[in-house]
Ligand binder design. Structure first.
Ligand code: SAM
Ligand code: SF4
Length: 436
């Protein structure tokens, strides 16, 4: 029996792809180990969204250039797709390079490896298939990822994803619902629907469901108490999604809607396909919902040509929306992307300065917003226990981390739903005490 180790970089899509890869390998008779040193086969599931992420895998591979003898190395995911056979030149000890659109072929590729082939590739993007498998090995016993759509048909000027994950492919609604039912039967209560752009989900079967219909139906699966989804693209985000959240309390009142910039000029240069006003229209739908919807976003600073006025427009948007949280990034030049050809690249130190301005601005907004929860009672799904602080770690429907004490009761409540009164609020999390 062969042993394998896998390390995953990047987004939730990658984390879930690895769960499917692990399931496939176990099903093929491989045995999972916890360190690369113990393993015969070492897999890196990689991310290339920013240059730094891409460098990480080459750093890892370099560590084993000399003392990796007897081991087989495999590079999966976005760097595999982007760099292809060039990886064999950069890291000659690698034997398998496979992009996410070829994971269905992994069993065949493993056979090729076992028969001694030292240069095995799965790099075709020409597929209508999604990677579906009944043998997924999930890391968490309560919260499950579930892919509904793979690939991306947008062409945001900065982004490698369309080149690394290929064109959009949606799963049938029947297959998504049957996986949801199985998850509920296995005791999962929380499902996170995944895709690079979940809003452009289109059921390929005759039922022809759109995303809002699929979301609502997953939220109606008996036993499922929470459904989240990520990521949404503003252009394809319909009001019917908010109507579904209004009507179905199993759908979490949290929407992650990446805006990237508050400046129309930069949004156009980024080829984002919406204006600031169109984005704000979607924010108004959310603010008018029956339950308060937490709104989070992604921001890129230092896109080529971004001026101080453009940055000021982004800060103004942060004030106008008052996001509950943002992920903010310095623009990173990526291979193949349209933005590579743009003049007026912003120097690295200036990008760093702008990132700090954005993060400090948003921090103050979060301090204000989170303070509004003081004294309120929030339902938390308990994710674990922090021994260092003796606090339980909870997550609210709005996706806020709420760490709490449960004085006098010491049974394990991981995976349960408890009501917690908020007693303290910081910029990134809340603190409280369980009321049940
Ligand atoms: N599909 C999603 C969307 O449309 O928002 C997210 C894709 S990406 C994994 C997540 C975030 O990374 C993006 O929203 C963007 O803010 C950031 N990102 C993507 N390419 C980037 C680049 N070249 N430089 C910096 N940040 C980038
Ligand atoms: Fe990248 Fe844009 Fe597609 Fe998101 S929508 S994955 S940012 S190209």
């Amino acid at each position: 029996m062969k042993t394998f180790y896998i390390e995953t970089f990047g987004c939730q899509m990658n984390a879930h792809d690895s769960e499917k890869v692990v399931g496939t390998l176990l099903h093929q008779g491989y045995q999972k180990v916890e360190t690369p040193e113990e393993a015969e086969l070492v897999f890196y599931n990689t991310c290339s969204i920013r240059d730094k992420a891409e460098q990480k895998v080459f750093n890892r591979l370099n560590q084993f250039k000399k003392d990796g003898k007897g081991k087989t190395f495999a590079v999966l995911g976005c760097v595999a797709q982007q760099e292809g056979e060039k990886i064999f030149e950069k890291a000659p000890h690698v034997s398998l390079v496979c992009g996410s659109a070829s994971y269905n072929k992994l069993p065949e590729l493993l056979v090729q490896l076992e028969t001694g082939n030292r240069r095995v590739t799965g790099l075709s993007l020409d597929t209508e298939d999604t990677f579906e498998t009944p043998v997924t090995r999930r890391d968490n016993p309560h919260r499950a990822y579930l892919t509904i759509i793979e690939g991306c048909d947008k062409s945001c000027a900065y982004c490698v994803v369309p080149f690394t994950r290929g064109p959009e492919r949606s799963r049938t609604s029947a297959s998504v619902l049957s996986e949801s039912l199985e998850l509920a039967r296995a005791g999962y209560t929380d499902i996170q629907l995944l895709g690079q752009n979940v809003n452009s989900y289109r059921d390929p079967s005759p039922a022809g469901w759109d995303f809002a219909t699929l979301l609502d139906n997953v939220g109606r699966v008996p036993g499922i108490r929470r459904v989240r989804f990520t990521t949404s693209h503003p252009r394809d985000f319909r009001k019917s999604i908010i109507d579904a959240i209004d009507q179905n309390t199993a759908l979490c009142n949290h929407v992650h809607l990446p805006v990237q910039s508050g400046s129309d000029r930069i949004l156009a240069a980024m080829q984002r396909l919406y204006t600031r006003e169109e984005y704000m229209e979607r924010i108004r739908w959310m603010k008018a919902a029956r339950r308060p919807i937490a709104i989070t976003s992604d921001i890129i600073v230092g896109f080529p040509g971004e001026t101080d006025d453009d940055l000021a427009a982004t800060l103004g948007l942060l004030d106008e929306v008052e996001f509950d949280a943002i992920f903010s990034f310095k623009y990173s030049r990526r291979p193949n992307t349209p933005a590579l050809a743009l003049d007026d690249q912003i120097p690295e130190e200036e990008k760093t300065r702008r990132l700090t301005i954005v993060q400090e601005h948003q921090r103050n907004i979060q301090i204000r917003r989170n303070a509004a929860y003081l004294g309120s009672v929030e339902e938390c799904m308990v994710e674990g226990f922090n021994k260092a602080t003796s606090q339980w770690i909870g997550r609210t429907s709005q996706n806020k981390t709420l760490n709490f004490l449960r004085p006098g009761r010491d049974e394990d409540v991981t995976g349960r739903y408890l009501d917690v009164r908020v007693t303290r609020a910081g910029p990134n999390s809340l603190v409280g005490e369980a009321v049940n």
